[in-house]
Design a protein around this ligand. Structure first.
Ligand SMILES: NC(=O)c1ccc[n+]([C@@H]2O[C@H](COP(=O)([O-])OP(=O)(O)OC[C@H]3O[C@@H](n4cnc5c(N)ncnc54)[C@H](O)[C@@H]3O)[C@@H](O)[C@H]2O)c1
Length: 421
C-alpha cells in the first residue's frame, strides 16, 4: 500500500486525504493544531465537505491524523496544503509553507514525490519550496520529485469534488510531472500536465483573477443599471443564452473566502516586486469588489430614507453571513464590513444564518447569535438584507413577513417592499 502524508488538514488537505484513503492509500494527515488532530482521530470533521461518517470510514481503513511529522520518512508522497494568507506587504505569507518544507527536509528520504498545493505566486515551488525540502542532497527528477498542483476545491459544491475536478500538475522536470500525474490519477478522473511548476502556479492565479475581474465587472455595472432602471439580472440571463463566448457572473455584496479576494494580489505583488509595474486589472477589480459592501450599505440607507427612516436607530437583519451559499466559512465575508458600516451609522444589527450559530464582526458590535425564526425577526426589523442564498432558508416565508428587503443576490422576486441591489 502506498504511503501518503498530507501536511495541513483544513478545507483543502482533509478532503484530499480522505479521498486518497478511499482510493487505497495509507494516509497520515499531519497538522500543527493538536485539537484538530484529536477531533479528527475521534471521528469529528471540522470541514463541511467531509462528513463525520466519511471520516470514520476513512479512519477504519487507511487514514489517521497526527501532530508528529516523522511518518514523512516512510512516505512515497508528501502533499502540502497549508495556509498562505496575505502578508502585510500584499504578497503571500509563506511562513506555513516554509515551516512545512523545513519539516519535510528533516525527514525526507530518497525517491519521495513532494507536491505543493498551497496557492502562491509563480516561482515559489522552485525558489522557496524545493531548496528547503532538498537541502542540496538529491537530484530533482532522479531521486527526488517536486511538483506544484493547484487546489481547485469549491467548498459546498455538490457536483464537483476531488474526483471529478480536473487536476493540473506541473513538475520541476518531466519526470516530476509524470510522477505527480500518476499519483493524482489514482483518485482524480482527469489530470492535466502543465509545462512546469510556474505554469501550474500561474494557472491557479489566472483562474481566480478571471473570477475576481468578472465579479468586479458586474458589481460595477449594477450601480449604474440601478440608476438607469435596467434589470441587470435579466440582462445577464439574456446574455447567457449565447452558447459561446460568454460566461455569466452575477452581482452581490462583495467577494469573500480565502481565494478570490486574496490570490490575485499575490500575482500583482509579484509583478510589482519583480518588474516594477502594476497589474492594473487586479488593482481595479480589488477597488470595486472591496467597495461593494459600502455600496450595499448606501443602498440600505437610501431604502430606509425612502420609507422616512434614518439608519441611526433602525433595526437591520442580515440574512446569510458566510462568504458563499451553503457553507459555514466566514473568512473575508463581505457581511463583516457591511455590518460595521451600518453599525457605525447607528443601526442595530441582528442576523440569521443556519450555518453560523455565532458571529462576532470586529469593531465593537460584539458577539451575536443567529436569530432562530428569521421570518418573525424580519417582520419586526426595519430592514432585512439578503446576503447569501442558503438552501435551508425559507425565502418565500421571509418575503411574506418582512417589512422591507434589500436583496443583494436576486434570491426573491421583485415586489414593492423588496428592492434589488
Ligand atoms: N479553502 C479553499 O476553498 C481553497 C481553495 C483552493 C485553494 N486553497 C489554498 O489551499 C491552501 C490551504 O487552504 P485551506 O483553506 O485548506 O486552509 P485551512 O486554514 O483550512 O487549513 C490549513 C491547515 O494547515 C494547518 N497548518 C498550518 N501550518 C502548518 C504546518 N506548518 N504544518 C502542518 N499543518 C499546518 C492549520 O492548522 C490548518 O489546519 C491555501 O494556500 C489556500 O489558498 C484553498
Amino acid at each position: 500500500m502506498s504511503k501518503l502524508v498530507v501536511v495541513g488538514q483544513g478545507y483543502v488537505g482533509l478532503p484530499m486525504a480522505i479521498r486518497a484513503a478511499e482510493a487505497g492509500f495509507e494516509v497520515v494527515g499531519v497538522d500543527v493544531h493538536g485539537r484538530t488532530v484529536d477531533d479528527l482521530n475521534n471521528g469529528q470533521s471540522h470541514i463541511d465537505d467531509v462528513s463525520d461518517a466519511e471520516l470514520k470510514r476513512a479512519l477504519s481503513t487507511g487514514y489517521r491524523a497526527s501532530v508528529d511529522p516523522s511518518s514523512i520518512s516512510e512516505a512515497d508522497v508528501v502533499v502540502v496544503c497549508v495556509p498562505t494568507p496575505l502578508s502585510g506587504d500584499g504578497g503571500p505569507d509563506l511562513k506555513a509553507v516554509v515551516a512545512s518544507a523545513e519539516t519535510i527536509g528533516s525527514f525526507l528520504s530518497a525517491g519521495t514525490l513532494c507536491v505543493l498545493e498551497s496557492t502562491t505566486y509563480p516561482g515559489t515551488t522552485e525558489e522557496v519550496f524545493e531548496p528547503l525540502v532538498n537541502r542540496g542532497r538529491y537530484t530533482v527528477g532522479e531521486d527526488l520529485f517536486i511538483a506544484f498542483s493547484p487546489e481547485r476545491i469549491d467548498p459546498g459544491n455538490k457536483k464537483y469534488g476531488v474526483r471529478n475536478t480536473p487536476k493540473v500538475v506541473g513538475g520541476m522536470t518531466q519526470a516530476c510531472t509524470n510522477r505527480a500525474r500518476d499519483f493524482y490519477a489514482q483518485f482524480v478522473d482527469t489530470v492535466v500536465p502543465a509545462a512546469g511548476c510556474k505554469e501550474a502556479e500561474m494557472a491557479k492565479l489566472l483562474e481566480n483573477t478571471f473570477r475576481h475581474v468578472n465579479i468586479a465587472l458586474v458589481n460595477e455595472m449594477v450601480r449604474f443599471c440601478n440608476e438607469l432602471d435596467i434589470d441587470l439580472w435579466n440582462a445577464i440571463d439574456c446574455a447567457e443564452s449565447k452558447p459561446f463566448g460568454f460566461m455569466a457572473f452575477r452581482p452581490g455584496p462583495g467577494v469573500g473566502g480565502h481565494c478570490i479576494p486574496i490570490d490575485p494580489s499575490y500575482l500583482s505583488h509579484r509583478v510589482k516586486a519583480k518588474l516594477g509595474y502594476a497589474f492594473r486589472m487586479v488593482e481595479l477589480a480589488e477597488e470595486i469588489n472591496h467597495a461593494a459592501p459600502d455600496y450595499v450599505a448606501s443602498r440600505a440607507r437610501d431604502f430606509l430614507n425612502d420609507a422616512g427612516l434614518a439608519v441611526n436607530g433602525a433595526s437591520v437583519l442580515l440574512v446569510g453571513v458566510s462568504y458563499k451559499p451553503n457553507i459555514s466559512d466566514r473568512r473575508e465575508s463581505p457581511a463583516d464590513p457591511l455590518a460595521l458600516r451600518l453599525a457605525s451609522w447607528g443601526a442595530k444589527i441582528s442576523y440569521h444564518d443556519p450555518l453560523v450559530p455565532e458571529w462576532s464582526p470586529s469593531g465593537g458590535i460584539g458577539s451575536l447569535q443567529s436569530v432562530a425564526d428569521v421570518s418573525e425577526v424580519a417582520a419586526s426589523s426595519d430592514l432585512t438584507i439578503v446576503l447569501q442564498e442558503h438552501a435551508s432558508i425559507d425565502f418565500e416565508s421571509l418575503a411574506e413577513s418582512a417589512k422591507r428587503i434589500l436583496d443583494t443576490k436576486a434570491a426573491l422576486p421583485r415586489a414593492g417592499h423588496i428592492a434589488r441591489l
